[in-house]
Design a protein around this ligand. Structure first.
Ligand code: FES
Ligand code: FES
Length: 128
């Protein structure tokens, strides 16, 4: 299968790999798995007082397309509000990376991960 150049670029030079301290109150963590293949993605966001995502990090145990999807997503969410970030669609990611049909679920993983991270952050805030 031929990967697009964008996938290869993100796969070979993934942006924002790593993790934040889960316990910190400005951090939201989303951990999701893809039922289709068993791959797992952890995405974390760092949110400022204004509800804007200042930074993001990810760790993905999965295929090249999943790594590329999460790498791209961490770039996209920086500077976005929580509302904007949770409205990012997997189809936008798939389109940007030119993912083939069998790899669409990898981009779904990224959409699920950002939604989970935003909801984790909100839950934490509400509990404070
Ligand atoms: Fe799991 Fe993609 S099938 S690596
Ligand atoms: Fe399963 Fe990519 S996340 S093959």
């Amino acid at each position: 299968m031929a990967y697009s150049e964008k996938v290869l670029d993100h796969y070979e030079n993934p942006r924002n790999v790593g993790k934040f301290d889960d316990g910190a109150e400005e951090i939201g963590t989303g951990m999701v798995g893809a039922p289709a293949c068993g791959d797992v993605m952890r995405l974390q966001i760092k949110v400022n007082e204004q509800g804007v995502i200042e930074d993001a990090k990810f760790k993905t145990y999965g295929c090249g397309s999943a790594i590329a999807s999460s790498s791209l997503l961490t770039e996209w969410v920086k500077g976005k509000t929580l509302e904007e970030a949770e409205h990012i669609k997997n189809t936008e990611i798939a389109q940007e990376l030119a993912l083939p049909p069998v790899k669409i679920h990898c981009s779904v993983l990224a959409e699920d991960a950002i939604k989970a991270a935003v909801s984790d952050y909100r839950k934490k805030k509400a509990a404070l």
